[in-house]
Write a protein of this length. Structure first.
Length: 78
């Protein structure tokens, strides 16, 4: 399965074990067209890659969170 995701402007805090971690919500769809969302806490770029280009693209316009995702399950968010 492949996912195509885009970052949203929504950042939440997740409890992972005893730690509180910020996560950006990304939304998109699978290669089969199924809508998905992901809570991304970290993204790494290979050392040899052009990190400035990646950071610029990540800092560009972010999509608005879909209305159906705006009400997040409380078990996921602090």
């Amino acid at each position: 399965m492949k996912l195509i995701l885009e970052p949203t402007d929504k950042i939440v805090e997740l409890r992972i074990g005893d730690a509180v971690v910020p996560a950006r919500i990304w939304q998109g769809e699978s290669d089969a067209g199924i809508e998905v969302h992901a809570y991304i806490t970290r993204v790494a770029v290979a050392v040899a890659a052009d990190q400035s280009s990646f950071e610029a693209a990540l800092g560009a316009d972010k999509g608005e969170l879909r209305a159906d995702l705006a009400a997040l399950p409380t078990r996921l968010v602090l």
